[in-house]
Design a protein around this ligand. Structure first.
Ligand SMILES: [Zn+2]
Length: 208
């Protein structure tokens, strides 16, 4: 496990946390495969989307361009910058809702490096958690799309597309959270979400 020993996640609180109304959603291996496939599709869609303003600006549907080492480094740096800004926006949203966000890096499936923002122990209202999850993707993609009309637009296409592909996990979190009742609280688990359904009685009353 990554993180300090006093990390609440490593404390065996599972017994008291489980029970009626508490659901831990942790995407497993199959979800990871689905997400990666979705991320590739979204990245390709992003390439098409963010190319449009650049095309419109240059006034042609085709063109040749040369890519040098400096260009590649610039695109790589912009990609990393967007991913950092993405996490910062998660953090700002969490702070806005009174949480104390922490940041870190991890290896998804022990392979893919990824940044994360979490707020251990904080229970967000469902609507708040939806804002936290969706704001980075929306903000960066909308502002980025507009920036693609600018003179540096060509440098932004790949970083914005890669960023959008990286938002797939947030997208699945949003979709899962939307399936909860509006009164459910959401606790970020870094690799999942702990939902607490308010006022849910013993499971006997719930049909299939
Ligand atoms: Zn995110």
């Amino acid at each position: 496990m990554i993180g300090p020993k006093r990390d609440p996640e490593s404390v065996p609180v599972r017994d008291q946390e489980s029970g009626p109304g508490v659901i831990e959603w942790r995407p497993g291996a199959w979800s990871a495969i689905t997400w990666n496939a979705a991320a590739i599709l979204v990245t390709v869609a992003g390439l098409v989307l963010f190319t449009q303003p650049v095309m419109l600006r240059s006034g042609s549907a085709s063109g040749t361009f040369q890519v040098g080492l400096v260009d590649l480094l610039l695109v790589l740096a912009l990609t990393v910058l967007l991913l950092v800004v993405h996490e910062a926006i998660h953090g700002l949203a969490m702070r806005g809702f009174g949480a104390r966000p922490t940041f870190g890096a991890t290896l998804v499936g022990h392979v893919v490096p990824a940044l994360y923002t979490t707020a251990a122990g904080h229970r967000f209202a469902r609507s708040q958690y939806l804002v936290v999850a969706a704001t980075p993707a929306v903000t960066i993609s909308v502002l980025g799309f507009l920036a693609c009309f600018g003179p540096w637009g060509g440098y932004l296409i790949v970083p914005l597309a890669v960023h959008l592909g990286g938002c797939v996990g947030d997208g699945f979190a949003v979709m899962r959270t939307l399936r909860e009742p509006s009164t459910t609280t959401c606790e970020d688990l870094r690799d999942g979400i702990r939902f607490r359904r308010i006022g849910v009685p013993a499971p006997a009353g719930r049909g299939t």
